[in-house]
Design a protein around this ligand. Structure first.
Ligand code: ZN
Length: 164
């Protein structure tokens, strides 16, 4: 089910989410709904607080051929390197800005079966993971913007800064 995305400013986007104590059918439904909602909005990541559910649950999929990453109670174990790139958010339509993030991260989380998983990510996936972890802690990427890029300049910025 597609759930309306909460748009900033909204207090729910600024509150830390609760850890999931037990993975239930509701948790699985939430993961399914988050995925559907993310895809409906052409997003690459979404956190439960963005649909008003204050639980540490998020979903990430950068490209449609990628496996969907479903994270419950994710925790950053390690971050290294520095990466500056453009970021956006479903809760902040038309806001684009550069943000400095770790280039590589190691996170642990539970999958929907309750298995403790580890994910090593770099580049844009690492960025997306950090963006969603911030959501779960009640932070928006606008707090970290170094340079805001106007909507009409986004394409040009991408052309100038994408080298692969
Ligand atoms: Zn976001």
């Amino acid at each position: 089910m597609i759930i309306p995305v909460i748009i900033a400013p909204d207090k729910r986007l600024q509150r830390a989410s609760q850890a999931v104590v037990e993975i239930t059918e509701d948790t699985e439904q939430l993961l399914d709904d988050l995925y559907e909602t993310m895809i409906a909005h052409d997003g690459i990541g979404i956190s439960a607080c963005q649909v008003g559910v204050m639980q540490q649950v998020c979903v990430i999929q950068i490209d449609e051929e990628d496996e969907v990453i479903e994270m419950i109670n994710p925790r950053l174990l390690k971050g290294s390197g520095v990466n500056l790139d453009l970021e956006a958010c479903l809760s902040l339509p038309y806001v684009y800005g550069t943000v400095e993030r770790f280039d590589q991260v190691l996170v642990e989380y539970f999958d929907r079966q309750g298995n403790l998983m580890e994910l090593e990510a770099d580049d844009y996936l690492a960025r997306c993971v950090q963006h969603e972890l911030d959501h779960l802690a009640g932070h928006l990427f606008t707090e970290k913007i170094i340079e805001q890029i106007a909507l009409e300049n986004v394409d040009q910025w991408m052309e100038e800064h994408t080298h692969d």
